[in-house]
Design a protein around this ligand. Structure first.
Ligand SMILES: O=C(O)C(=O)C[C@@H](O)[C@H](O)[C@H](O)COP(=O)(O)O
Length: 336
């Protein structure tokens, strides 16, 4: 299946189907010099599949994990781009999860003021969410995605086959972002989490269709796109305070969503989905510490932050809450 993200001159195709990586060279110009950027955890088989279609390519690997989304790694990759004489007409293909897409995308956005960027997400989290929409960034210290850009890829290939080599914890981590999408926009996507077997291809396709629609309405997050950040204000704060080494991004978003699901019956449903996905419980947290990160949320103003709430499944409200109100919510706890 092919979807087009319609952003006028920045429009691009997303292919979602098994073995779509095999026909890359029919879809883009692979005769250019191409930097394939991947972390050390990506099985060679996926890199080779792409490399065999790009005769003038080279591979840049970096250490797995969120800590690679930093200035040092960003600089190292830029220097490699210079060392390989990459020109403005050349391109980057990211092969990996959210960290790889964010990092390689930010390199592409800034090298020579921007070169073509293609994304091959290999984690479920990247396939259902982060590979589409053009958010690219690095972290500074514990501040997540604090330096970045909106820089749309030129094409995205989502091959569900690559998930075969993904550990179950990573699959569950990605499912949280799809559940988030269902909670804010699509009750039937939430229902899929209660089926006897989880149909990943359907979950990916529905999540991406919604993400595409939201990004088309509001590419730069001036309004509607804020809903995709449901769960992220407290989630990012937990990730910054406790998570970069112990929790995965989706696990923290799951914790963050609980504070703003308003319907108690829906919260119960979501908690039993969390059990099924074996998500970790919310750690004992220090409200003041979380608040210090929340003040740096990208939806924050000097005294308040835009918060996404879910009153009923598939619906949302966006409310401006003062820091005092958020502190009060944190004091009460997620299950209040
Ligand atoms: O694409 C978006 O917009 C999102 O907010 C998707 C989020 O799930 C994603 O984690 C994103 O990278 C977080 O964005 P940020 O702006 O809070 O850094």
């Amino acid at each position: 299946m092919k979807m087009i993200v319609d952003l006028q001159e920045y429009s691009y195709p997303i292919w979602i189907e098994a073995n779509c990586l095999d026909s890359l060279s029919n879809q883009i110009d692979t005769s250019r010099r191409i930097a394939l950027i991947a972390d050390e955890g990506i099985p060679d088989i996926w890199i080779q599949k792409v490399r065999s279609q790009c005769p003038d390519s080279f591979v840049l690997r970096f250490a797995q994990g969120e800590s690679s989304k930093c200035f040092l790694q960003y600089e190292t990759l830029l220097k490699e781009m210079i060392r390989h004489d990459m020109t403005r007409k050349d391109a980057i293909i990211a092969i990996g999860g959210g960290v790889t897409g964010d990092l390689a995308g930010f390199v592409a956005a800034t090298y020579m003021r921007g070169i073509d960027f293609y994304n091959i997400p290999t984690t479920l989290l990247a396939q259902v969410d982060s590979s589409v929409g053009g958010k690219v960034a690095i972290d500074v210290d514990e501040y997540k995605n604090i330096v970045g850009a909106f820089y749309q890829p030129k094409a995205v290939w989502i091959d569900p086959n690559v998930l075969q080599t993904l550990p179950p914890r990573q699959v569950h981590n990605g499912l949280v972002e799809a559940l988030k999408t269902g909670l804010i926009q699509d009750p039937s996507l939430v229902d899929l989490f209660e089926e006897e077997t989880l149909d990943l291809t359907q979950i990916i396709t529905r999540s991406i269709a919604i993400k595409k629609h939201v990004v088309e309405q509001d590419e730069k997050e001036n309004g509607l796109r804020k809903i995709l950040n449901f769960g992220h204000t407290i989630g990012h704060a937990i990730e910054s305070a406790y998570g970069l080494q112990s929790y995965l991004h989706g696990e923290c978003v799951a914790m963050g969503m609980l504070f703003f699901i308003e319907d108690p019956e829906l919260k119960k449903r979501v908690l039993s989905i969390y059990d099924r996905l074996q998500l970790p419980p919310l750690p004992a947290y220090d409200t003041k510490e979380l608040m210090s990160y929340i003040r740096h949320d990208k939806k924050a103003k000097h005294q308040s932050v835009s918060i996404v709430k879910v009153p009923r499944v598939g619906t949302f409200t966006i409310e401006e809450l003062s820091y005092e109100q958020i502190e009060f919510i944190l004091e009460k706890g997620a299950l209040a």
